[in-house]
Design a protein around this ligand. Structure first.
Ligand code: PLP
Length: 405
């Protein structure tokens, strides 16, 4: 006998480890900037899988390319040359002006590689206790080393002892950077997100980035820009630091690079590109043909469809729409960000907005407790941006009217 089919499926997961406080929604499929849950309800996707789905869902040109790749070869190991690695590395080098790339599978892995490069850069120069300068508000991942580089004490809690060797200063404070470098002569690099993501969409200021570049050149240390979230066209340039007209020595990438296929990369300039030698670092899955194809096709389709310009234009429209509709609303303290990486800061913890927005048919995230974050696919259209505003503004107003400060 068949069990009766419930009219509305409520997801339960007795066997999945409880690492997330999830919304009671299970997504079944997506198309462009829209997703459908298992009950057939449609949502506008303002989250893009957390800045991952660059080309949206089920992109009509990405899908057949990946299908062809899966039918050809998914994985082979780094015992052999993988021609697609060279193809993707060459493209990243062309777009960044840097010289070499290493491929891995995620953001934290890209950051781990960066941290190892910074340490070995020190050891290679006789500095056997290398330290790194990191920042308040930073998020670099959930491995033991990258959570140690992360600022949030909630992410540290329960996982001590932390990895030593991180010196932390406030963001956008060049005097604090200079003072830390004077007090810690073993510092071999400065490590920051060009725009902090999990920290609440906080940009490093353009002058600050330019000053960091000068400081790193003066001290002959590495400028390491974590562009895992803000890179790959999200701000309207390929990499967010390009707005400051500078280049980093080390740039970890991940989220948007594969349009949803897991991938990470660390791209290096001449000061760092030769630090890693055979035997120093490795990965089983990293650089596999499927992930490399996803990276190659993502960057190719971004160019073909003019998605940098789209991110800049539609992002500006979205920000302007939010500014217009939320102007003067008590409880909204700031609207910031660039391109399609935007944050709306409230004066109170805003976690409940997640569920309220989903009920209204919109996917968003809330980060750093009180910042509603929008990081949709870079294919977002002007009319979809207007719909995000239409859906989100009443949710924010209703939330602020009900929820105490
Ligand atoms: C998401 C993120 C990471 C971690 O990436 P994972 O793929 O989740 O390991 C690191 N740095 C930044 C800036 C991120 O936004």
């Amino acid at each position: 006998m068949n069990a009766p089919v419930p009219s509305v499926v409520t997801p339960t997961e007795p066997h999945v480890m409880q690492t997330y406080g999830r919304l009671p929604i299970a997504l079944a499929r997506g198309e462009g900037c829209w997703v459908w849950d298992v009950n057939g309800r449609r949502y506008l996707d303002g989250l893009g899988g957390i800045a991952v789905n660059t080309l949206g869902h089920a992109h009509p040109k990405l899908v057949p390319a990946l299908q062809e790749q899966i039918a050809t070869m998914i994985h082979c190991s780094n015992y052999y040359h993988v021609p697609l690695q060279e193809k993707l590395a060459a493209k990243l080098v062309e777009l960044s002006g840097l010289t070499n790339a290493f491929f891995c599978n995620s953001g934290l892995e890209a950051n781990e590689a960066a941290l190892k490069i910074a340490r070995k850069f020190g050891h290679d120069r006789g500095n056997h206790n290398p330290e790194l300068l990191v920042f308040e508000g930073a998020f670099h991942g959930r491995s033991i080393a990258t959570l140690s580089a992360t600022a949030n004490p909630k992410i540290h809690a329960g996982f001590g002892p932390l990895v030593p060797g991180f010196v932390r200063v406030p963001l956008n404070d060049i005097a604090a950077v200079e003072a830390a470098l004077a007090a810690h002569p073993n510092i071999t690099g400065i490590f920051l997100e060009t725009i902090q993501g999990e920290g609440g969409v906080n940009p490093a200021r353009i002058e600050f980035l330019q000053q960091l570049r000068q400081v790193c050149d003066k001290h002959d240390i590495l400028l390491m820009l974590d562009e895992v979230q803000c890179g790959i066209g999200r701000t309207g340039k390929w990499f967010a630091h390009q707005w400051a007209g500078i280049q980093p020595d080390v740039m970890p990438l991940a989220k948007g690079l594969g349009s949803g296929v897991p991938i990470g990369a660390v791209v290096c300039g001449p000061r760092a590109a030769k630090v890693m030698q055979p035997g120093n670092h490795g990965t089983t899955f990293g650089g596999n043909p499927l992930a490399m194809r996803a990276g190659v096709e993502t960057l190719r389709l971004m160019e073909e469809e003019g998605l940098l310009a789209n991110a800049a234009k539609v992002g500006a429209e979205l920000k302007a729409g939010l500014e217009r509709e939320l102007a003067g609303v008590a409880g909204v303290t700031d609207i910031r960000g660039q391109g399609l990486m935007l944050g709306i800061e409230l004066d109170r913890p805003a976690g409940a907005v997640l569920g309220l927005a989903a009920e209204a048919g919109l996917m968003v995230s809330v980060t750093a407790d009180r910042v509603i974050r929008l990081v949709p696919a870079l294919i977002l259209s002007s009319s979809e941006a207007a719909q995000i505003v239409e859906l989100l503004v009443p949710v924010v107003k209703a939330f602020l009217a009900k929820e105490p400060t």
